[in-house]
Design a protein around this ligand. Structure first.
Ligand code: PLP
Length: 435
């Protein structure tokens, strides 16, 4: 049974009551402009006041359909009542006690759930973090610690986060690196998703500049996220597993965006039946509270007390939110992600047939993207950005990714009528573009 709350008070489709941005939104954007970091990337002036399921209301009372989930985070929808109830009751009991130095049950219980669910042969062990970057940072340390090797292979187009280790693993955009060097040494980036790239790794790099017996880890997103929701070629992930096996390298899978049910499985890697050594997660894990985790095969977690820790990671309130999230994923949301993803892709395919400058959709579950092209078949970033802006003005929230892609990563509670509303708005915008 699908656990979608029925007592929602916001409308199920966009409802705009002011021009955008409204007066209150504009005032907050103005205040923000003078006091927050200019490094944030706001594509449009959405100032959110509250959320329910897939709907968001801004400070002026405008209601939006959210196909972003706060960048693939609110897996169970905005403010799922069961998640909120558990958060409230945990918050009233205990807000913090640092799982690094003390024990509390929600942290142990969540670790038990994740250890059983991780696609490892014999269970897992869990280290809790506060974010995706921190998960990848820790995974990199664990891989180096366990293997006593220093080199790492990562992929062009990958996004692993903004801290020094994670930024050094990231191969996404130059703006994310420029003037921040020197970065962490020992990381080699190769093209993502193709056998040709792995041929190059094995036949060229491993014989010239990258001794495989000094490589600690290959870190890979099962579906590249910020890179454009790219699904790799068949056999790509299994071949990484094989390369790792042959050279004693650890396979680290970054499931920060693709995990927590978004693709219809708890972890996207499960679609390929490949067992990694380490999994990193965050985003959807606690439905919106900051929580991440490093899951590892038990025998890999050999680092001794004091070698890695964090004050807030595994906070009790975030842990109960995650336990509830897992329960809701199992009680229908993961299968809903599969069904709604198929519906969305079918609708986008029809739109592509009418408007060929939008590509066919790609992706799995509710991790779906389309590219936009100009009349000569080149990626058209301006068209992509215009569509995203126009969607906002129509009450539909979208995000870009990749070279010129629009991604669809709504909360997993989305229902057929809302998929249809999103498709109808997009059709209207594409129609206007064609005129
Ligand atoms: N890894 C992947 C695949 C991501 O998509 C992201 C964020 O978009 C990160 C890591 C970094 O996560 P965070 O922003 O929580 O540090």
């Amino acid at each position: 049974m699908l656990s979608i709350p029925t007592n929602q008070s916001l409308p199920r489709a966009p409802q705009l009551v002011t021009s955008l941005p409204g007066k209150k939104a504009l005032a907050i954007v103005e205040r923000d402009r003078t006091v927050t970091s200019p490094s944030y990337t706001r594509d449009y002036p959405l100032v959110v006041a509250r959320g329910e399921g897939c709907m968001l209301e801004d400070v002026d009372g405008n209601v939006f359909l959210d196909m972003t989930a706060g960048i693939a985070v609110t897996a169970t929808g905005h403010a799922h009542p069961e998640v909120v109830k558990e958060i409230q009751s945990q918050a009233a009991r205990l807000l913090h006690m640092s799982g690094t130095d003390f024990y509390y049950e929600p942290m142990v219980e969540l670790a038990e759930h994740l250890a059983i669910r991780a696609p490892f042969p014999h269970g897992g062990r869990v280290f809790f973090t506060n974010s995706g970057a921190e998960s990848n940072e820790g995974a990199m340390k664990l891989a180096r610690y366990y293997t006593k090797r220093s080199l790492i292979v990562a992929f062009l187009g990958a996004f692993h986060g903004r801290t020094y280790g994670a930024m050094s693993l990231t191969g996404s955009k130059t703006v994310q690196r420029a003037h921040f060097g020197p970065l962490v040494p020992g990381i080699t980036h190769i093209p993502y998703g193709t056998h040709a790239s792995l041929d190059h790794l094995e036949q060229q790099l491993f014989n010239t500049i990258l001794p495989p017996h000094e490589v600690a880890a290959i870190i890979v997103e099962p579906i590249q996220g910020e890179g454009g929701y790219i699904v790799p070629e068949d056999g790509f992930l299994a071949r990484i597993r094989d390369i790792c096996n042959r050279h004693g390298i650890l396979m680290v899978v970054d499931e920060v965006q693709s995990g927590m049910g978004r693709t219809g499985r708890l972890f996207a890697i499960e679609h390929w039946g490949v067992m990694p050594d380490i999994i990193t997660t965050a985003k959807g894990l606690a439905s919106g509270l900051p929580l991440g985790a490093i899951l590892a095969r038990p025998e890999l977690m050999t680092w001794p007390p004091g070698s890695h820790a964090t004050t807030f990671g595994g906070n009790p309130v975030a842990c109960v939110a995650a336990i509830t999230t897992l329960r809701l994923l199992d009680s229908g949301l993961m299968s809903n992600a599969t069904q709604m993803g198929e519906l969305l892709k079918a609708g986008l395919t029809k739109l592509h047939e009418k408007f060929p400058r939008m590509s066919r959709p790609r992706g799995i579950g509710l991790m779906v993207a389309v590219d936009l092209f100009d009349a000569d078949g080149n990626y058209d970033i301006r068209l992509r950005d215009r569509i995203i802006q126009s969607a906002f003005l129509h009450g539909l929230l979208l995000l870009g990714c990749g070279k010129a892609a629009i991604r669809f990563c709504p909360p997993l509670v989305i229902e057929p009528d809302q998929i249809q509303t999103a498709l109808d708005i997009l059709a209207e915008i594409l129609h206007l573009e064609r005129e």
